[in-house]
Design a protein around this ligand. Sequence first.
Ligand SMILES: [Zn+2]
Length: 406
Amino acid sequence: MRKAFILPLLLVILVSYSEAAKKTAVKGLRYSSNKSHTRIVVDLNGPIEYTQNRLSNPDRIFFDLKNCYLPEKSPRVLAVEDGVLKTVRMAQFDRDKVRVVFDLMKVKNFYAFVLEKPYRLVIDVYAKNNRKPSPSSRKSRKALSRKDAYKIKTVVIDPGHGGKDPGAIGARGLREKDIVLSVGKKLGRILKKRHGMRVVYTRKRDVFVPLNERTQIANSSRADLFISIHTNASKKRSTRGIETYFLNWTSNRGAIRVAARENKISVRKMRKLQDELQFILQDLARNNKRQESMRLAHSVQNAMVNTLKKDYRQIEDLGVKYALFYVLVGAEMPSILVEISFVSNRLEEKRLASDSYRTRIAEAIARGIDSYITQSTLIVSPAGRHDWRIYSDGIEKSGDNIQPQG
Ligand SMILES: [Zn+2]
């Protein structure tokens, strides 16, 4: 067989060249346990192609990463033992292939995708029987809202970009990362002081935080809401306004463009990614997080537009939209991304530079969060006053007078 001769020859060539330069290194292995799934991240130093397979007896999943090598110092085993996964093991399967094996405990299904900057393979493994199927009846939705509303204590504030990533930059040089950090901190102070909430920031300084880490911060701090703050940008300088996003599949070209910019990938890749992540989006719909995120988005959007309209002219309401934002993928709580104004627009850049405008936006977002919570309470507590008063403690004292509808 010719193949038998070619293979040793290839090996000699490969050994004589620097392997690291030719292949992708599999650098690390991490995991995070979430309510509905366990996320495994395989850190890489370049793009990969892979195949996946599931085997039974014992139940396991494996991934073959092509044209990869496992450096000496990379981990070989990761003990997870969280009720979903036992262990994750990595080995150099042959010269070109690294195999990653998941030893499963109670797994329903899994989904894998590759993210960039830095390159990594992400595998979300979903537990069996973890969540009860949520019937789409009105009653069950109310029950969920009630549960969610009562526990809203912690809000994660995510000022976009930071560090080496300035985000969008205005004509006068105003940088998105600076604006959103300032608005985020203002929002945090308001939520803490006026609403008695616990606030967790994904960043409090001018530092770079990868997108998936931001979601992990939210999940591991057991946050109840996730608010990502950004400024918009458009090639068309006249475009201005305020819009709020939640995570969902979209065919809207404008929304895809915004998401591609925030995800730092091309529009073409954005469309491909959407198709790859169908599974995650379906799961989102099943566990009602999409519904809640949509409600939160409407509350915040309305509050921003109505508040700012009182003090400023030419406030444009671009409405609530949805698209696939990396930073929202995998969040276990209702989550939104607000685009507070266009830094690319002359008028809005000027406003964004002013402390008073930033304060007004922060106040408006806080008001939106508050009305989202209030609505949840009003919808779900027909018995009314008692529940309401317990809930309104520390959030909105004046709400005590409101009689919830039965
Ligand atoms: Zn941004």
